[in-house]
Structure formats: C-alpha cells, structure tokens
Ligand binder design. Structure first.
Ligand code: NAD
Length: 503
C-alpha cells in the first residue's frame, strides 16, 4: 500500500534501504569485525536493511575520536556564537529533512507518520532551545565584602555517552544530543538496536551542518556489548540513559568503577484519575490519546485509569466506542492512529500481558485489526476492565496500547492506589474542584503531574521521574546543568588574612 504522503515525497512505502554503518570521526565506517545485524520492519516483518554491529573495539575508536575532538579539535576553542550558529544550523537541516526523518522513523518503529512528523519538528526545536539557553545562561557571582569576588563558570564535561531507547528514537536522541553539544561536550551516541535508522540521519545532518570531525559519533550495536563498553570506558565522563528500569540499574552499577555522572530516565505506570466532577469529554480525549498515541509505547502513557464510581459506566461506554473506532493501519498512511509494535518480541510480550489480564479476571475489550495488515506486529487498542491495582497488569509496565481500568470511591483511596506501584514518572488528574486538583497533584508520587491536561510539555520544564522511574531530570536548565560542571573561581580583590605558619 502506498500512502499519499509517501507518493508526494517520492519515497516508496516500506521499501528496503541500503545497509548502514557506524559514524566515527566524521566518517561512515563498517564495524571492526565486519559484523552486522538485521533491522526488521514492524509492518511487514521483512528486513529493511543490515546495520553495522559495533562492539568494544568500535566504541574505543569512537571515544578516542570524541576525546581528541574535545581536547585538541577546534570545538573546544570555538567562540560561543560560532558554536551556536552550528547548533541552529542542525535545527534548520532537521526541519528541511522533516519528511525523510518521519518516513525513516515510521519505517523503523511502526509509529504513525502523522506522529513522527511532529516528533521530528520537536527535535529541531530542541536544538534551537539549547542554542538559546547556552547563549543566555550564565554563572553566578558571590561578592564577599571588599575582599573577594567569587564567580562560577559552566565547563563542559568532555566526552559524554548517550544511550537511547526505540520508542521515540529521533526525538529522544535530540533531547540529549542538543544540550550535550550546545554546552560544548563531544558525544558518542549508542542508539537502540531496534531503531537505528534516524540516528544516521542525525549524523548526516550534523556533518552537513559543519561540526568538526569527532564531535558527534554514532556506534550501533547491542546493549550488552556496545552499550556496556561505552558505560565502562574510563574517558567517558557521563552517561545519559533512557530505557528500562532494569537496564538503568545495571548501567549505574557498571559506571561506578569509573565514577561517572549518570542521568536515568526509566519506566512508568502512570495513573490518570477522573473524578465525578471532571469535564468528562476532555478527560476521555486525554485518556485515549495518552495510552494509544505512540502505539502505546510511551513512557508517560496513562496505562492505569482510575474512574470514580459515579461516572465509571458512562466513561467506560465511551472508551469502548473510541477503542472500536481508532484507525489501525499502515504507519505511512497519514490517517493511521495506531501502527504495529516495534518488533515481534515486544509484540509477544504485550500480547502475553493481555492474557495475564484475562487470567487475573479482567474483561478484555479490543479494537479490530484490519485483515490487510495482519503481517504486522499489531496489537489492537485494549481495555482491561474491572482491573484492581494489585493485579500484575496494573503494576508492571506493559509498554503497549493496553489500559487497565480501575474503579474508585474516594480521594484518599485513589491516592493510595495511584502511589501503590514501584514507578513514579507521570500522573494526570481530572477534576473541576480546584482545591482537590492541587491536593491530589501534590499527593501523587510522580516527577510530573498534569491537571486537566494531556502531557503537553514546555521545553523549559524538568522531565523525569521518582522511585523506579529515574534519577535526575532532562529538559530546560536541568539538562544544561547535567552536561556541565559549575567551576568556582575565587578572586581576591583586597588583602585578606592569610595565616603565617612557620614565619
Ligand atoms: P532498554 O533498557 O531495553 O534499552 C535502552 C538502551 O539501552 C538501548 O540502546 C540498549 O541497547 C541499551 N542497553 C541495554 N542493556 C545495556 C547495558 N547493559 N549497558 C548499556 N546499554 C544497554 O529499553 P527499551 O526497551 O529500548 O525502551 C523502553 C523503555 O524505555 C521503557 O521502559 C520506557 O518506559 C523507557 N522510556 C523512558 C523514558 C523516560 O523519559 N523516562 C522515555 C522513553 C522510554
């Protein structure tokens, strides 16, 4: 099937692509061993292309290139204005390539193209935002009477390692690459093995923008080999990681020997709470979008919805209607709302959770997958009705289009249930009672809470979670601070007292 957009762009839907390489020191190169791995298409389950499989020796080369670029290349001595010109140029080139980036992302991940277009646009904004921030953010000054002026300067760390997941690859990579480069670091990116395509597009763009060789490097490969070598490398100063909680704990342990700074954006099981005085139509729109956008593979998805008993039946009736009507189809079709899951293993995991839900006593309500797309990894939008918060389907991250629907009677009970989970990434509260909205928002254990809103995000705000959902924050000045060290410089402007030992 060829979609309208794809024809307009003169790109064939779901075509095979050339094999792709690693990007080290400004060159696209094969892995040292020459080995590759296959990159499957989630819509057809055929192979799109083969990807160079980087391992420890490739990581060594990439880190050495990034280290040299930091220590002796023009990057370190480049004037701020010049560096920001390059960062803004990356943003412009991303915008110019929006169609191609969206196409590659949808091909690789199965995300609907209407959504990957927005993600690519957002990625460009990340670079513009951090160019502006780097130009305006400054250190502090601490005058000490008439004796001292103390001031801070923000220094880049050096080589930073960025390890990213497959669920929104290009956008999440730029969340890290933009602040890391804008603050003057050099980068080695290890993209998720399930979604390698757009990382190479980013490398092409960064090269075209004119960044010096070695400033940005991409090493594809598996977590246990390529990722592990990056985490353990003594010349890498920090690791910014987004992915599963279990992987995050391994990375923290493995980075301890070389005392790395780490940032951890991990899993979630976020509650959306609807009280009986809420604007139900808007709450419904938000609940449906929040769990079924990004094919349900979204860290902040409202995978648990808590409905007050007075509105539960009405809300569920509307949810069922929506689930039946969500447009499932080819990710390249601009009208598709739900595409196939990223790969067979993940598809099997999500399907198995639906069976677990059934066994735990849930009523399962699902949309229908059209016959013509059955080759893809499609899981229909799924409601697990009559769920209780202690069930596995309400406790464990499923990371697919599956929402556990739980009834509650009062505020205290729902706060307790919302918090009775190991994760604490996001939460959504729907009520028109002003005091209750703030009370509940304050009481729910999460890094981010939205009141009467879906998860609209301003680039200035901190993004991240508490409990098993992460350590640290990305976004705004929080990322700026992660990628820099504040250095304090003490300047004596008078003759302060100096003890005269041994005089
Ligand atoms: P994952 O943890 O399996 O993999 C993420 C990355 O880590 C991949 O690049 C992988 O190759 C690498 N990796 C795996 N083992 C490694 C190791 N031992 N050493 C170094 N690197 C290693 O996660 P995933 O399945 O790609 O992504 C889905 C998860 O990401 C979900 O849990 C989701 O909630 C989470 N996520 C969180 C956020 C957030 O901001 N909190 C955003 C998006 C996704």
């Amino acid at each position: 099937m060829q979609s309208q957009t794809v024809e307009t762009n003169n790109l064939k839907s779901h075509k095979e692509l050339e094999d792709i390489k690693l990007f080290i020191n400004g060159e696209f190169v094969d892995a040292e061993t020459g080995s590759t791995f296959a990159n499957p298409n989630p819509f057809t389950n055929t192979v799109i292309n083969n990807i160079a499989e980087g391992r420890k020796e490739d990581m060594e080369k990439a880190v050495a290139a990034a280290d040299a670029a930091f220590e002796t290349g023009p990057w370190g001595s480049m004037k701020l204005k010049e560096r920001m010109k390059l960062i803004n140029r990356i943003a412009d080139l991303i915008d110019e390539s929006n169609d191609e980036i969206a196409y590659l992302e949808s091909l690789d991940t199965g995300l609907p193209i209407s959504q990957t277009r927005n993600m690519a646009a957002r990625a460009a904004e990340n670079f513009r935002f951090y160019a502006k921030l780097a130009e305006t953010k400054h250190g502090e000054m601490f005058p000490m009477d008439d004796e001292f002026i103390n001031y801070t300067v923000y220094k880049p760390l050096g080589v930073v390692g960025l390890i990213t997941p497959w669920n929104a690859p290009f956008m999440l990579e730029t969340w890290k690459v933009a602040p890391a480069l804008a603050t003057g670091n050099t980068v080695v990116l290890k993209p998720a093995e399930l979604s390698p395509l757009t990382a190479n597009k980013l490398a092409e763009i960064i090269d075209k923008a004119g960044l010096p060789k070695g400033v940005f490097n991409v090493v594809h490969g598996f977590g246990e080999t390529a990722g592990d070598a990056l985490v353990k490398h003594p010349d890498v100063k920090a690791i910014s990681f987004t992915g599963e909680t279990t992987t995050g704990t391994i990375i923290i342990k493995n980075s301890a020997d070389t005392l790395k700074k780490t940032s951890m954006e991990l899993g979630g099981k976020s509650p959306l709470i609807v009280f009986d005085d809420a604007d139900l139509d808007r709450a419904l729109d938000a609940a449906v979008w929040g769990i079924f956008s990004f094919n349900g593979e979204r860290c902040t998805s409202n995978s648990r919805v808590f409905l007050h008993k007075n509105i539960k039946d009405e809300f569920i009736a509307k949810l069922k209607e929506r689930v039946k009507n969500i447009k499932i189809g080819d990710p390249m079709d601009p009208s598709t709302q739900l595409g196939p899951l990223v790969e067979k293993g993940h598809y099997n995991k999500v399907k198995s959770y639906i069976e677990i839900g059934r066994e735990e006593g849930c009523e399962v309500v699902q949309g229908t997958i059209p016959e013509e797309v059955k080759a893809g990894n499609f899981v229909p939008p799924t409601l697990l009705l009559n769920a209780t918060n202690d069930m596995r389907v309400a406790q464990e991250e499923i990371f697919g289009p599956v929402m556990a629907v739980i009834e509650f009677e009062d505020e205290e009970e729902v706060i307790k249930a919302a918090n009775d989970v190991k994760y604490g990434l996001a939460g959504f509260v729907w009520t028109n009672n002003l005091k209750r909205a703030h009370r509940v928002a304050n009481a729910v254990e999460a890094g981010m809470i939205w009141i009467n809103a879906q998860n609209v995000r301003d680039l200035r705000i901190p993004f991240g979670g508490v409990k098993d959902s992460g350590i640290g924050r990305e976004g705004g000045h929080y990322a700026f601070e992660f990628y820099t060290e504040p250095k304090i410089i003490h300047v004596a402007i008078g003759d302060h007292h100096i003890p005269q030992f041994g005089k």
